[in-house]
Design a protein around this ligand. Structure first.
Ligand SMILES: Cc1cc2nc3c(=O)[nH]c(=O)nc-3n(C[C@H](O)[C@H](O)[C@H](O)COP(=O)(O)OP(=O)(O)OC[C@H]3O[C@@H](n4cnc5c(N)ncnc54)[C@H](O)[C@@H]3O)c2cc1C
Ligand SMILES: *[C@@H]1O[C@H](CO)[C@@H](O)[C@H](O)[C@H]1NC(C)=O
Ligand SMILES: *[C@@H]1O[C@H](CO)[C@@H](O)[C@H](O)[C@H]1NC(C)=O
Ligand SMILES: *[C@@H]1O[C@H](CO)[C@@H](O)[C@H](O)[C@H]1NC(C)=O
Ligand SMILES: *[C@@H]1O[C@H](CO)[C@@H](O)[C@H](O)[C@H]1NC(C)=O
Ligand SMILES: *[C@@H]1O[C@H](CO)[C@@H](O)[C@H](O)[C@H]1NC(C)=O
Ligand SMILES: *[C@@H]1O[C@H](CO)[C@@H](O)[C@H](O)[C@H]1NC(C)=O
Ligand SMILES: *[C@@H]1O[C@H](CO)[C@@H](O)[C@H](O)[C@H]1NC(C)=O
Ligand SMILES: *[C@@H]1O[C@H](CO)[C@@H](O)[C@H](O)[C@H]1NC(C)=O
Length: 648
């Protein structure tokens, strides 16, 4: 090796050896210590103690339900005030107020209500709000703008009671300890994007991580796993549009989602995370080097390849709101690359239905070579408003590291198939110098906040596309769904390989063999009675989605974009990794301080909703030990997943 090059490399490696010690943001250095808790008057120390710090600490975790504001056991005003005083600023404790309270009662303000209504489906209008979530049906629709859904009155419903707007680790530790010690339900909210309403809960104290926005770039990070290369450490509140810009400013790309406002380091990456780069780099979680995390005990730890390895494994795919509250994540990043994107629309009103479906089948026929060439395509297959026609909207066919010429070649066989049936094909093809510009220009801002739809999804494995019979069956299943009036959102990708990443993590194994992640939904009319909503949901979950499951036996569903009523969710979300995840949950959170619906270890509890619908509008209670069902063997659920004491 040339001496100059050698000394440069040596200098670089000396420089980055610094990263072998724990790297903390300033907000992570502000922590709660056991010594500090001990220095407090006893009454206060009990409120904020770490789990097990005092033998005589009040034990409210053994009651059947988490306490609520009106059951007489809720912390006193005085206790909440003490919490506010311990936080890094008194205004960090926020009493939850629904955004749409401006539309009702004494707080009514017509101008503000009109503006909120106009902006309701824009995700940006909810994310900076401490209380709001983007899946209002799981809040219970108790305070929605009346033009969208008339709630009658505005009540908190499934929104939390209090929110801690966290500025540092100290705030989060205080919140965790206070909730655990006082029997209050704890939830974690980042952006509130969760499809199943996991970032809300009636009567809860919510830890809001949205403000933790710090980012740091390392051009040559070195760690014990053997990684040497660029990395970004990002705070728990960083969103996709922020991470991508920051990465771009440093000439690199990060493996993160397509949605602009999704929080990358919260539910997204902890649930696996699919990305426009997934057909090259696998899942976002494959690229995590380490987490900083506060456990349900209240302790602030690192989880990485050399410390707390089980927790590290579980946090990469095991799901948000389950194992601890993550304060930052260190991820590998990669050299930027050019991108070509294509978009097109096919419409049955122009093509005729037969040709439209034949053209759609031609696309299904090509999902294998498309994804295996590194592309990620995002398409919508939808009935028209009248239900008499259909459209296929590709927005976009995203080809990282490819030129327009390469994309034309790749799309060649599809284009020829369309030509054979006289379907004109003229996609808009654009070359971009780098990832950021392509991502910004090509992906739409998705609307959210639907008040009358249940969503679900399925991972369609590679084997479904390997034979003509398989492709026919798969295509016919999708076609039947759309002809029944339901839209399908498809993501064609192959996160098979984690090039540069480490796939030994808790990501759903079904992702590795999947070529199509498809989402669909079932809408109902409003207003609807509880029983008709339950009937619609039953026909969705056990009808439409059962047909999807029937043609994909043994596969699964993506936990971050799933049906809240997904049957056998342990298998669907984690396959054979569930048993290990459950053990890690028990080891880290024996008191179930963190609970979210369909999260690892959530079996023993459920929300007793006041409206009888599956939502967060009710108390979180232990499921009473029923008289054992003779058909179920001890230690096993009906679905065959070992329940290790969680489902007695
Ligand atoms: C418009 C839109 C676009 C999307 N695009 C993509 C995409 O391209 N790829 C993809 O894979 N998914 C995508 N998703 C799904 C997305 O991954 C999930 O909605 C995910 O839950 C969002 O995480 P969040 O932290 O932003 O949301 P939140 O709702 O705030 O949190 C989600 C869950 O994570 C927990 N959580 C949040 N922060 C933390 C933390 N710091 N520590 C511990 N737990 C935490 C919460 O308690 C909750 O259980 C999209 C969703 C939407 C609505
Ligand atoms: C992993 O965490 C431990 C404990 O905080 C720390 O000493 C170590 O440096 C971390 N490793 C890396 C690569 O960050
Ligand atoms: C606290 O409650 C847990 C869970 O029910 C129980 O296992 C534990 O023994 C209790 N501890 C005390 C000190 O009562
Ligand atoms: C909300 O609506 C108003 C008026 O329609 C608009 O000016 C504003 O930009 C919108 N805000 C958001 C966050 O979309
Ligand atoms: C609103 O609340 C009041 C008082 O609790 C109740 O009498 C009324 O029926 C409620 N209205 C609706 C539409 O729910
Ligand atoms: C990439 O696409 C080309 C053109 O369709 C195809 O011939 C080739 O098999 C694909 N490559 C892979 C790895 O699938
Ligand atoms: C991008 O393409 C170049 C040359 O075509 C290749 O050397 C490089 O490995 C590719 N990068 C990725 C991430 O696939
Ligand atoms: C697949 O479907 C097409 C169109 O309906 C049909 O012509 C073909 O015979 C089918 N192939 C198989 C193997 O089922
Ligand atoms: C689906 O059917 C099962 C078995 O009958 C039932 O227990 C479950 O509640 C149904 N799911 C929904 C969403 O109705």
């Amino acid at each position: 090796m040339a001496p100059l090059l050698h000394s440069l490399l040596l200098a670089a490696s000396l420089l980055s050896t610094a990263s072998l010690s724990r790297t903390l943001f300033a907000y992570e250095r502000k922590q709660l210590t056991r010594e500090y808790v001990e220095s407090l008057p006893e009454e206060d120390a009990r409120l904020f103690a770490f789990d097990g710090q005092f033998a005589a600490a009040p034990n409210k975790t053994s009651t059947r339900c988490r306490y609520g504001p009106d059951d007489g056991k809720w912390p006193s005003e005085k206790a909440w005030t003490k919490l506010a005083r311990q936080l890094s600023s008194v205004d960090a404790l926020i009493k939850a107020v629904p955004q749409a309270s401006v539309c009702y009662g004494d707080t009514k303000n017509d101008a503000q209500c009109t503006a909120l209504t106009a902006n309701w489906t824009n995700s940006y209008s909810h994310i900076d709000d401490p209380t709001e979530i983007l899946s209002p049906i799981y809040q219970g629709l108790t305070c929605t703008p009346p033009q969208i859904y008339n709630s009658g009155n505005c009540t908190l419903g499934g929104y939390p009671s209090y929110v801690i707007k966290a500025k540092n680790v100290l705030d989060l530790q205080l919140g965790i300890n206070f909730a655990r010690n006082d029997g209050v339900r704890l939830v974690v909210k980042n952006t509130g994007h969760d499809f199943a309403g996991k970032s809300a809960g009636a009567g809860a104290l919510s830890l809001w991580t949205h403000g933790l926005k710090d980012m740091q770039f390392f051009d040559n990070y070195v760690d014990e796993s053997g990684y040497k290369g660029p990395a970004i450490k990002a705070g728990a509140g960083v969103q996709a549009f922020e991470l991508y810009k920051f990465a771009n400013d440093h000439g690199v790309v990060a493996v993160a989602g397509e949605g602009q406002t999704v929080g990358v380091m919260g539910g997204y990456i902890q649930g696996g995370g699919h990305s426009p780069l997934s057909s090259i780099y696998g899942m976002a979680a494959d690229h995590v080097l380490g987490f900083e995390v506060i456990t349900p005990i209240g302790e602030f730890l690192s989880a990485n390849s050399s410390a707390n390895q089980d927790l590290f494994w579980a946090l990469r795919g095991g799901g948000g709101g389950t194992f601890g509250v993550v304060t930052s994540v260190m991820i590998k990043v990669y050299k930027d690359m050019p991108v070509t994107a294509a978009s097109w629309t096919l419409d049955s009103s122009k093509l005729g239905k037969d040709n439209f479906w034949a053209a759609t089948k031609a696309f299904v026929d090509r999902v294998t070579p498309h994804a295996d060439n590194g592309t990620y395509s995002y398409f919508i297959l939808a009935p028209s408003a009248t239900g008499t026609d259909y459209s296929f909207i590709m927005q976009p066919f995203f080809a990282p590291n490819q030129t327009a010429k390469q994309v034309n070649t790749l799309l060649g066989p599809y284009s020829s198939a369309l030509t054979r049936i006289n379907v004109p094909f003229s996609p808009k093809i654009t070359e971009y110098k780098g990832f950021y510009a392509a991502w910004q220009a090509e992906f739409p801002l998705e609307a959210q906040s639907d008040v009358q739809t249940a969503f679900g999804s399925r991972l369609f494995p590679r084997s479904n596309f390997a034979s003509e019979t398989g492709r026919n069956i798969t295509f016919n299943t999708l076609r039947t769904t759309v002809e029944a009036g339901q839209s399908v959102i498809g993501f064609n990708m192959a996160p098979t390989l984690a090039r540069g990443g480490n796939p030994d993590n808790a990501v759903n194994p079904a992702w590795r063999t999947s070529l199509l992640h498809a989402i669909t939904g079932r809408r109902w009319n409003l207003p609807s009675t509880t029983s008709s909503i339950l009937a619609a949901r039953n026909s969705f979950t056990n009808g439409t989605m059962q047909k999807w499951r029937d043609v994909t036996p043994g596969s699964g569903s993506y936990l971050n974009e799933a049906d809240r009523l997904e049957p056998n969710w342990q298998q669907a979300f984690w396959g054979d990794k569930y048993a290990r995840l459950l053990q890690i949950k028990k080891d880290n959170d024996p008191k179930d301080v963190l609970w979210a619906v369909n999260a690892v270890g959530s079996e023993g509890w459920r929300v007793e909703s006041v409206d009888g619908l599956p939502d967060e509008n009710g108390k979180l209670c232990k499921i009473e030990s029923a008289t054992p069902t003779s058909s179920v063997a001890p230690g096993a659920t009906q679905t065959g997943v070992p329940c290790e004491g969680f489902c007695r």
